[in-house]
Structures are given as C-alpha cells and as structure tokens.
Design a protein around this ligand. Structure first.
Ligand code: 26A
Length: 344
C-alpha cells in the first residue's frame, strides 16, 4: 500500500530543560520563540545537558507532526523526509519514530552531527534555540532518488514545516509543484515568526502552492509586519483573509488558512474563487495542572489536523482532532504522544 502523507522538515533532537526567566534574559531569548543559534548561544547546549532534569526527546517541528499523524492513522501511512547525521542523536530519533511506526527516508550525512534544539521551558512558555547541523544539508536530489520520488508520486497529501525554508526552499517547491499538478492537498506551516521576517521571499514563492496554511498568532503578526497590504495593526481575520486570497496555482482547491491562538479559539478562513468564509473553533482548554509542557503543541495540532485531511474528515472535525491531539501532547514530556494509544 502506498503511503498517504509525505512530510518534509528538519529532524532535531530536543534537549529539554526547565529554566527561569532570568536564564532566557541572559541569552536575549523571548519566552515563546524559535530561533536559529547565533555565536552567543553556543554555551546553551552544554549548560542544558548539565542541568538537573534534562530530557532528550525527539523533536523537529514537522517530524513531530509526522509522528503525530502516524500515531492516528493506520500503519504505514506517513513518510518523513529530512537529513540527520550518523550518531546517537539520530538513533534516538529513529527510536521515537519507530515507537509510532513512522517511516523515515533520511538523507544521512556521514560527518555532520544530527541537529539539536534547546527547548527551554518556562512555565507554560517554550523558547527554542536550534543548531541545525545535518538537517541543514538536505538536498532536493534526495527526493529525486527513484524510490523516494515513487513515494511522492503515490502519496495523497503533503505537509511541509516552514522551518525548512531555511534549508531547501527548492525541495518545498518541488513538492508543491507536484501537489498542484496532481491536485493533491499541500499544507504549509509558517513555523516561527523569523520565517516570515527573514525568509519572506522563499515563503512567498511557496504560498501559491498551499491549499492549507497553518500558523499561530505570533507567526501571523510577523507575516503582517513583513507584507505590504498588511500592518502591525491588522487583525487576525484580516491577515488570514489576505493570505487565503493570494494567487493560487491549483485553482481546483480552495485555500484554507488556519490560525491557532493557544487556548483562544482557532480561526479558519477559506477562500474559494470570490467567496471567503471565516469560522472560529473553540479549544477545549485543559486544566493547567494537567499540562506537562507546551513544546510541540502546535505540531500536534497540525498532526491531528492533517491526519483528518488524509482521512477525508470535514474541516471542523479535522480542526477539532488537532485540538484534541495537542491537548494529549501537552500532557506528555516534549513533543510526544501518550501510550497506550488514545483514539479521537
Ligand atoms: C530551523 N529551525 C529553527 C527549526 C526548529 C525546529 N524544527 C525545525 N527547524 N526550531 C525548533 N524546532 C522544533 O520545534 C518543535 C516544537 O514545535 C523543536 O525541535 C521542537 O520539537
């Protein structure tokens, strides 16, 4: 049986620790952000590894989504592409992926270490600092390997982590073009404010292929600030409507833009030709005492949502399944899902 869903992203191992706000301040980090490492952040990894209670958990935003979607879907439904090294960190990722039955088609770098992300948890917040390592070396040629391209050709849907715009926009476009040509759904997550800010051009080149855009409120705000026609004052509804109405390559499908906002209702705007509809979907907020950490909450939402798409569920049901999976994941340590398996 062919795989249903193909995902592309940056495989990372999360080095997760609880920190005080003062630790974030020391390194000029915001409470809820995701950034690429700069020289001044280099000591963070060794410091975190030496902290009490440090946890090593599989991460990488789209990989978390791929694991979550496979968690919900029948066996052998999801394939994840990305690049890793040949080391213990890659072994840890494989272990987590195998636990849910996720198939990976890693491009393996012989002498570059697997990427890592310091996930700094401060109460309900999470600040992510990433050293991409091997993940930065993914190449479109890996998708072109005949057995990989066969997987792409046979897939029913695609999910792209926007973080991958920092690595291989060409690979994203390659999958986007295939999806448009074959009328298959193509979902793009904006991933982090810095993507809309600093990777605006590759993002703008890929959006015309997107049938689904998924992001949170701070990524939407960063998008508004970097795009003419929107401003820092634009409302979420205005931003979502703007993105939904942008030119689209595959006119056979509407564009759906989904903005999550933590415990506030998720906004979905659907543009089909001249018609635009917007709906808010409430989140079933979890009692705060049940939350372990919010690392990977957005990825789990995306997982529940795309799994719904693949299953042919309605938009409202897919969004609700996303909320449900996110609420399960934030009760686990890091971007993980509970065992024994729960069903929606
Ligand atoms: C390019 N960057 C910065 C990144 C990431 C990333 N995944 C891919 N690329 N920065 C953080 N993450 C992952 O986001 C997850 C939480 O949503 C972390 O590994 C974490 O598991």
């Amino acid at each position: 049986m062919p795989y249903s869903l193909v995902c592309l992203g940056n495989p990372l191992l999360d080095i997760q620790v609880d920190v005080e706000k003062s630790y974030l301040d020391k390194y000029d980090l915001k409470e809820n952000d995701a950034i690429l490492i700069e020289d001044k952040h280099i000591p963070i990894f060794d410091e975190c590894l030496a902290m009490d209670g440090v946890k090593l958990v599989a991460g990488g935003a789209a990989q978390n989504t791929a694991r979550g979607a496979q968690y919900l879907l029948p066996a052998d439904s999801v394939v994840y592409f990305g690049s890793v090294g040949k080391d213990k960190f890659a072994d840890k990722l494989s272990e987590a992926n195998q636990s849910v039955g996720l198939t990976t088609r890693y491009m393996v770098q012989e002498s570059i270490p697997t990427g890592k992300c310091a996930a700094l948890i401060n109460g309900p917040h999470r600040s992510l600092v990433t050293d991409l390592g091997a993940a930065n070396h993914f190449k479109p040629s890996h998708l072109e390997i005949p057995e990989n391209w066969k997987i792409v050709e046979e897939a029913k849907a695609f999910y792209i982590g926007g973080f991958h715009f920092t690595v291989s926009p060409e690979s994203i476009l390659k999958l986007g073009k295939h999806a448009a040509e074959t009328n298959k759904p193509f979902a793009l997550n904006f991933s982090a404010p810095f993507i809309a800010q600093f990777f605006k051009d590759p993002l703008d080149q890929a959006v015309p292929y997107a049938d689904y855009v998924i992001c949170n409120e701070s990524e939407a705000a960063a998008y508004a600030e970097s795009h003419d026609g929107l401003t820092a004052e634009s409302t979420l509804l205005e931003i979502a409507t703007f993105i939904a109405k942008l030119p689209k390559v595959n006119s056979a499908r509407p564009r759906t833009v989904i903005f999550t906002q933590g415990t506030d209702a998720t906004l979905a705007v659907v543009a089909s030709g001249d018609s635009v509809t917007s709906t808010e979907y409430p989140v079933h907020a979890l009692e705060p005492s049940k939350i372990s950490d919010t690392n990977g909450a957005g990825d789990a939402f995306a997982a529940g949502f795309v799994a719904g798409l693949v299953e042919g569920k309605e938009l409202a049901t897919s969004i609700d399944q996303g909320h449900w999976l996110a609420s399960l994941s934030i009760q686990e340590v890091g971007p993980s899902y509970p065992f024994p398996k729960q069903t929606y």
